[in-house]
Design a protein. Sequence first.
Length: 162
Amino acid sequence: MSHVFCNQCGHRNPPESSFCSSCGSVLDRLDDHTVTLSKVDPLLEARGPEDDVVVRLGELPSDTASLVVRAGSQAGTALSLSAPVTRLGRRQENEISLDDITVSRLHAEITRTGDGYVVADAGSLNGTYVNGERIDGPVVLLQGDELQVGKFHLVFFQKAEG
């Protein structure tokens, strides 16, 4: 059973709590949030808020993390990271197939560990980026991190337990 921690006083509360039993503050529950991903491409003129991707965290699977496609024809699609090792690349055999010439056949791998999800480049030609920085070794993914694989921009989300 996971707990909800108060942002004001740090008190640990039962997962079904809406208010802190110590100080009475409203508890900030991650799964009640909606996140808007702006699809602004610096090379293109922004067309307005109708182009934004809305992610309702409460609708994401609770047993696994997801990568949400930020732009393009698949924008808003949540790709599940349910396998112990999720391979990303151009090959159809990969758990996540990204069909574009900028993506290597086996581009990157995301491993589910006891500490979370770890991404590593799999020797791709164009590299793998986390938050705009090219990665050389394994990197732990955190809520909201942007993973770039070729031209694809994917945002990492993990629903809060409880």
